[in-house]
Design a binder for this molecule. Sequence first.
Ligand SMILES: [Ca+2]
Ligand SMILES: [Ca+2]
Ligand SMILES: [Ca+2]
Length: 295
Amino acid sequence: MKINLLLRLLFILIPLIPAEAQVSVTDTSDEDQTCFKITTDNAIYYFQKEAGAFSSIIDKDGKDWVSFNRNSGASGMYRGVPNLVHPGDIFHPGYTHCASSLISNTSDKVVIRAKTKDDKWEVQWEFYATHATMTVLKSDGLYWFLYEGTPNESFNESSNYWMISDGTKGSCGTKKPGDIPLPEWICFGDNSINRVFFLLHHEDDDKLDHYRPMNPMTVFGFGRDSGVIKYLTGKNTFTIGFAETIVHSEISSIIDTILNGEIVNRSDVDKNIRDKKENSALVTDVQAVIHNYLQ
Ligand SMILES: [Ca+2]
Ligand SMILES: [Ca+2]
Ligand SMILES: [Ca+2]
């Protein structure tokens, strides 16, 4: 084989080799509290240790989809993920009811546990290259799992939207009432970008899952009604993450892989989606190189 042909083939193939997944964790602070900063392939998570919750979740463009801060109400203090226990503000940024510890730290997975100082509630977060999964290990009553934040960093009732597992979609100015059908997921996006932030409840149920706008933030909850009634109890598992697509079938594929594999490196899923798009282009390129060589 001519060197020239070999080099040209390598130029085509090398960009398609996936980089090794990386997850790392460091200590820092965010919004006046000490944090674990978990850096992954497509997100940076700021997990306030004494709150046991996220104050910021940053995408690849540097946009914060939570935007917790010390301003009052929906402009700041109400925001957060997962805001699990209400009343009580447990696992809610800005509060100090918890202690968090690093359980394990490898290049493809970081595990953190947060529990209340009275030892009644405990959750475990597992961070992977492209998503994070939380399991409730210990609970002391009814709870919900909330996303109170800012799609693409800025809540906008007309350009922000939600979409659920059956493909139903609405602007963030409209409510989403009722239980989400199997598999129980919702995502949030903005009309200006090719990305969504998704939330998955691994155990499907018939309990209400409600979205409503509370300008300037989202109020979405698994196991929540239109007000403040909670429905979840015992052990439940949730996954959050960014998908670098807005196509319903591709988001469904990512969700299915997470549910089927439970613990999965979603870089592989993203790569599969990318490969489908690039496969035809690659074949065309290789065919052209070989064709030129044979001329
Ligand atoms: Ca922030
Ligand atoms: Ca359901
Ligand atoms: Ca439900």
